[in-house]
Design a protein. Structure first.
Length: 254
């Protein structure tokens, strides 16, 4: 087989793996081989020229740093993806992200995605892992009902985040989940919320938001008291009557 024929065959094989129909240069083929040599992994593609990625059904894993610094703005991560490595999209230009597999392991894959504004979670997602979206550019987020755990710093330093809903299904919260969310003024909780250790002292909450929060807390009368941390600055905005909404239900406000 001639060199030309061999290169053509190699390009055809890469296109069949990736689903691409575009011509491939030698540099393109080198990058593609890096991502598909195992048949089940993507990455790393440490190249700022990458602007679009379509993940084929044959892929199971996105490796650490796979799309680090890439210029892609939108990505759908399909159901066949089982793991997403650390910093997989960190410092990329991603603005919109859709995750389709509720059981995907994703850790700190999207940390430092400062342009990320929209994230669509799959039905049945159980947790947002530690550092998952730290320092992302999200402005508003509704965590889906059914989510049970918010990991440490999962939304930490999201300093553009101003609106957040946490459903009543959340039963475990690491205190640092919302650390340094300094623009978060509007937080709402699902009715019957009963997770201790929610720490909102970094957040400049409105009175309206806090009254909703206190009203949504579960009634723990006759059981062990639970703690909600609002911080001194937020507590000073509330009247004694508003504080009593929580304390009358056996909640401690800190």
């Amino acid at each position: 087989m001639s060199v030309k024929s061999a290169m053509t065959a190699l390009a055809d094989a890469i296109r069949s793996k990736t689903g691409s129909t575009e011509p491939l240069s030698i540099e393109d083929m080198a990058r593609a081989i890096e991502g598909i040599h195992t048949g089940v992994d993507i990455g790393p593609l440490l190249d700022g020229s990458v602007t679009e990625v379509i993940i084929p059904q044959t892929i199971k894993n996105i490796k650490a740093y796979a799309l680090y610094l890439s210029r892609i703005t939108s990505l759908t991560i399909p159901k066949n993806i089982e793991t997403i490595g650390v910093y997989a999209l960190s410092y990329s230009s991603i603005e919109s992200l859709t995750i389709e597999n509720a059981n995907v392991e994703w850790g700190s894959a999207f940390r430092f995605c400062s342009s990320l504004k929209i994230i669509n979670f799959p039905n049945g997602i159980r947790s947002i892992p530690g550092y998952a979206l730290g320092s992302a550019g999200i402005e508003s987020l509704m965590i889906p009902q059914g989510t049970e755990k918010l990991g440490g710093y999962c939304l930490g330093s999201c300093n553009k985040l101003h609106t957040l809903h946490i459903p009543s299904s959340v039963s475990q919260i690491e205190p640092s989940a919302l650390e340094r969310c300094t623009a978060l003024a509007d937080v709402t909780l699902g009715d019957g919320f009963n997770a201790s250790r929610l720490d909102l002292h970094w957040c400049p909450l409105t009175v309206e938001s806090m009254v909703q929060i206190l009203g949504a807390l579960a009634n723990n009368t006759g059981t062990t008291a639970k703690t909600l941390t609002l911080g001194t600055t937020n507590l000073e905005k509330l009247t004694d009557e508003q504080i009593a909404i929580a304390t009358n239900k056996n909640w401690t406000l800190a």
